[in-house]
Design a binder for this molecule. Structure first.
Ligand code: 7PJ
Length: 287
């Protein structure tokens, strides 16, 4: 990333870093998180990465394409998806975390289950990423016991019900206040603020108007003072705006990632790492 990005951007800060156990991820430029699904029914990968060795190869490829970290998930949060048992989720995720971490790749684990958080920490993960915001009993304690970075996301409702008529008074203020409260709870549980990342949770109990308001109003969440992660890649809102099916949402997703970064996102969570990395290089050089 060219010099000067940090000094001319509302969030990127010279010398700032995200603490992920012994590792530090720089926060003076936008970071790219690549998505590795180890589920049987994830809507955009069709279960192709169910096999651990395929997921490991996919994670290595995303790292080679320039991902700063890869997010490994074994539980689909698609509306109406079948719940995954603890044993099944552990069996899917932990071998992938171990293998990718052993190759020096920073691995995030997308889970709502405290037992998976603990096993993933033991396996060397760099980040725990919970779409439920560490609200399950024992999740705050598991976050505190880990040295990993902690990404807390906002979700209204549960994955099974969240897309049936979500409602807000002021979506930006409600999401901001929820995330501020989760950060306070994490810190009270013993998670240092240099480990905390916040995420508005695009598409999790939000309709298109809510998602658009959150992208435009991202600055209100950025101003809480924590790095903000934005996950817009291939989501329904990209389909609603472009009229494209999941497999044709790369360009729309790259555009969304750029706008999120422009509005202060520190990390973008994406399927299409290579085009996103290139787009961010051009963004940084031309802005
Ligand atoms: C997100 C996530 C997101 C974070 C998923 C999908 C659905 N974790 N896990 N933020 N989305 N932190 O990738 O479409 O937006 S699963």
């Amino acid at each position: 990333m060219p010099e000067g990005v940090a000094s001319r951007h509302p969030f990127f800060r010279v010398n700032a870093s995200l603490h992920c156990g012994p590792r530090r991820l720089p926060l003076d430029r936008p970071l790219v998180m690549g998505i590795v699904n180890v589920t049987a029914d994830s809507f955009s990968d069709g279960g192709r990465f169910h096999d651990a060795s395929i997921a490991i190869a996919h994670g290595e490829r995303l790292a080679a394409e320039g991902a700063d970290l890869v997010d490994v998930g074994g539980e689909s949060t698609r509306p109406g998806a079948a719940p995954v048992s603890l044993d099944e989720e552990l069996a899917r995720v932990i071998p992938v975390v171990k293998a990718l971490s052993a190759k020096g790749i920073a691995v995030s684990v997308d889970t709502m289950k405290p037992e998976v958080m603990r096993a993933a920490s033991d396996a060397g993960c760099a980040m725990l990423n919970d779409v439920n915001g560490f609200r399950a009993p024992g999740a705050l304690e598991a976050a505190a016991a880990s040295g990993a970075a902690i990404c807390a996301m906002h979700m209204q409702g549960t994955p099974a019900t969240m897309q049936s008529d979500p409602r807000y008074g002021d979506v930006v203020a409600e999401v901001r206040d929820f995330l501020a409260a989760r950060a306070r709870s994490l810190e009270a549980a013993g998670v240092g603020r240099e480990r905390i990342v916040l995420d508005p949770g695009f598409g999790f109990g939000k309709n298109l108007a809510h998602n658009v308001a959150l992208v435009k109003g991202l600055g209100a969440i950025v101003s809480l003072g924590y790095p903000v992660l934005a996950g817009l890649s291939r989501k329904r809102m990209i389909g609603e705006i472009t009229g494209r099916v999941v497999a044709e949402r790369t360009a729309g997703s790259v555009a969304a990632a750029l706008v999120a970064v422009q509005n202060g996102a520190a990390i973008v969570r994406v399927h299409d790492v290579l085009p996103t990395v290139d787009a961010l290089k051009v963004w940084a050089a031309l802005r």
